[in-house]
Ligand binder design. Sequence first.
Ligand code: ZN
Length: 148
Amino acid sequence: MSEINELYQDLILDHTKKPRNFEVLEGASRHVEGYNPLCGDRYTIYVRMEGDVIRDVSFQGSGCAISKSSASMMTTIVKGKTKCEAEAIFENFHKMITGQSGVDKNKIGKLEVFHGVSEFPVRVKCASLAWHTLKAALGGEEKTITTE
Ligand code: ZN
Protein backbone atom coordinates (compact mmCIF):
# COMPACT_ATOMS: atom_id res chain seq x y z
CA MET A 1 0.00 0.00 0.00
CA SER A 2 2.86 2.42 0.65
CA GLU A 3 3.58 3.09 -3.02
CA ILE A 4 -0.09 3.60 -3.71
CA ASN A 5 -0.25 6.09 -0.88
CA GLU A 6 2.36 8.18 -2.59
CA LEU A 7 -0.19 8.83 -5.29
CA TYR A 8 -2.54 10.44 -2.88
CA GLN A 9 -0.86 13.77 -2.67
CA ASP A 10 -2.46 16.79 -1.06
CA LEU A 11 -4.21 18.08 -4.15
CA ILE A 12 -5.65 14.66 -4.93
CA LEU A 13 -6.87 14.27 -1.34
CA ASP A 14 -8.39 17.73 -1.40
CA HIS A 15 -10.36 17.00 -4.58
CA THR A 16 -11.45 13.63 -3.18
CA LYS A 17 -12.81 15.14 0.02
CA LYS A 18 -14.30 18.21 -1.61
CA PRO A 19 -15.01 17.33 -5.24
CA ARG A 20 -15.62 20.45 -7.35
CA ASN A 21 -18.65 20.76 -9.63
CA PHE A 22 -20.05 17.61 -8.04
CA GLU A 23 -23.69 18.02 -9.01
CA VAL A 24 -26.24 17.36 -11.71
CA LEU A 25 -25.88 20.23 -14.17
CA GLU A 26 -29.15 22.02 -14.84
CA GLY A 27 -29.57 22.75 -18.52
CA ALA A 28 -26.80 20.37 -19.58
CA SER A 29 -26.72 19.95 -23.34
CA ARG A 30 -25.12 16.51 -23.03
CA HIS A 31 -24.43 13.88 -20.41
CA VAL A 32 -22.57 10.61 -20.72
CA GLU A 33 -21.97 7.85 -18.20
CA GLY A 34 -18.53 6.34 -17.80
CA TYR A 35 -17.85 3.03 -16.10
CA ASN A 36 -14.60 1.35 -15.13
CA PRO A 37 -15.52 -2.27 -14.28
CA LEU A 38 -11.98 -3.02 -13.15
CA CYS A 39 -12.36 -0.75 -10.13
CA GLY A 40 -16.10 -0.04 -10.00
CA ASP A 41 -15.77 3.68 -10.75
CA ARG A 42 -18.96 5.05 -12.26
CA TYR A 43 -19.59 8.68 -13.12
CA THR A 44 -21.88 10.76 -15.25
CA ILE A 45 -20.30 13.81 -16.86
CA TYR A 46 -22.58 16.73 -17.72
CA VAL A 47 -21.60 19.46 -20.18
CA ARG A 48 -23.28 22.61 -21.35
CA MET A 49 -21.85 23.69 -24.68
CA GLU A 50 -22.05 27.11 -26.22
CA GLY A 51 -20.95 26.57 -29.79
CA ASP A 52 -17.55 24.95 -29.43
CA VAL A 53 -16.95 26.17 -25.87
CA ILE A 54 -17.52 24.12 -22.74
CA ARG A 55 -19.53 26.75 -20.87
CA ASP A 56 -20.20 24.53 -17.87
CA VAL A 57 -19.30 21.02 -16.78
CA SER A 58 -20.11 18.87 -13.74
CA PHE A 59 -20.09 15.27 -12.63
CA GLN A 60 -21.89 12.83 -10.36
CA GLY A 61 -21.19 9.30 -9.27
CA SER A 62 -18.83 7.32 -7.14
CA GLY A 63 -15.52 5.56 -7.26
CA CYS A 64 -12.01 5.48 -5.88
CA ALA A 65 -9.98 8.51 -4.83
CA ILE A 66 -7.98 8.63 -8.05
CA SER A 67 -11.02 8.56 -10.32
CA LYS A 68 -12.97 11.08 -8.25
CA SER A 69 -10.13 13.58 -7.85
CA SER A 70 -9.28 13.26 -11.54
CA ALA A 71 -12.89 13.97 -12.53
CA SER A 72 -13.07 16.89 -10.10
CA MET A 73 -9.83 18.43 -11.34
CA MET A 74 -10.91 17.91 -14.93
CA THR A 75 -14.09 19.93 -14.45
CA THR A 76 -12.13 22.88 -13.04
CA ILE A 77 -9.65 22.75 -15.92
CA VAL A 78 -11.90 22.35 -18.97
CA LYS A 79 -14.57 24.87 -17.98
CA GLY A 80 -14.39 27.72 -20.50
CA LYS A 81 -12.12 25.77 -22.84
CA THR A 82 -13.00 24.85 -26.42
CA LYS A 83 -13.56 21.24 -27.43
CA CYS A 84 -10.16 21.22 -29.19
CA GLU A 85 -8.34 22.66 -26.17
CA ALA A 86 -9.92 20.09 -23.84
CA GLU A 87 -8.98 17.25 -26.19
CA ALA A 88 -5.38 18.50 -26.40
CA ILE A 89 -5.16 18.54 -22.60
CA PHE A 90 -6.51 14.99 -22.43
CA GLU A 91 -4.07 13.83 -25.10
CA ASN A 92 -1.14 15.10 -23.05
CA PHE A 93 -2.61 13.87 -19.75
CA HIS A 94 -3.08 10.42 -21.27
CA LYS A 95 0.51 10.40 -22.56
CA MET A 96 1.75 11.30 -19.09
CA ILE A 97 -0.23 8.66 -17.16
CA THR A 98 0.67 5.95 -19.65
CA GLY A 99 4.35 6.86 -19.37
CA GLN A 100 4.83 8.06 -22.93
CA SER A 101 7.29 10.75 -23.95
CA GLY A 102 6.54 14.06 -25.62
CA VAL A 103 4.21 15.42 -22.94
CA ASP A 104 3.56 19.16 -23.27
CA LYS A 105 3.86 20.30 -19.65
CA ASN A 106 2.15 23.61 -20.43
CA LYS A 107 -0.99 21.67 -21.22
CA ILE A 108 -0.76 19.49 -18.11
CA GLY A 109 -0.58 22.16 -15.40
CA LYS A 110 -1.94 20.90 -12.07
CA LEU A 111 -2.64 17.49 -13.57
CA GLU A 112 1.06 16.83 -13.02
CA VAL A 113 0.05 15.40 -9.60
CA PHE A 114 -1.20 12.31 -11.43
CA HIS A 115 2.25 11.65 -12.85
CA GLY A 116 2.84 8.69 -10.48
CA VAL A 117 -0.17 6.88 -11.92
CA SER A 118 2.01 5.74 -14.83
CA GLU A 119 3.67 3.27 -12.46
CA PHE A 120 0.33 1.64 -11.67
CA PRO A 121 -1.29 0.39 -14.90
CA VAL A 122 -4.51 -0.54 -13.11
CA ARG A 123 -4.88 3.05 -11.93
CA VAL A 124 -4.52 4.51 -15.42
CA LYS A 125 -8.13 3.57 -16.13
CA CYS A 126 -9.26 5.24 -12.92
CA ALA A 127 -7.42 8.46 -13.75
CA SER A 128 -8.57 8.59 -17.37
CA LEU A 129 -12.22 7.51 -16.94
CA ALA A 130 -13.69 11.01 -16.59
CA TRP A 131 -11.62 12.25 -19.52
CA HIS A 132 -12.70 9.42 -21.82
CA THR A 133 -16.27 10.13 -20.80
CA LEU A 134 -15.91 13.86 -21.43
CA LYS A 135 -14.41 13.17 -24.84
CA ALA A 136 -17.41 11.01 -25.73
CA ALA A 137 -19.76 13.77 -24.55
CA LEU A 138 -17.90 16.36 -26.63
CA GLY A 139 -18.10 14.01 -29.61
CA GLY A 140 -21.87 13.81 -29.20
CA GLU A 141 -22.00 10.20 -28.03
CA GLU A 142 -24.75 9.31 -25.61
CA LYS A 143 -23.97 5.70 -24.78
CA THR A 144 -22.23 4.49 -21.64
CA ILE A 145 -18.47 4.51 -22.00
CA THR A 146 -16.51 1.69 -20.40
CA THR A 147 -12.76 1.43 -20.03
CA GLU A 148 -12.81 -2.18 -21.24
ZN1 ZN B 1 -10.73 3.51 -9.56
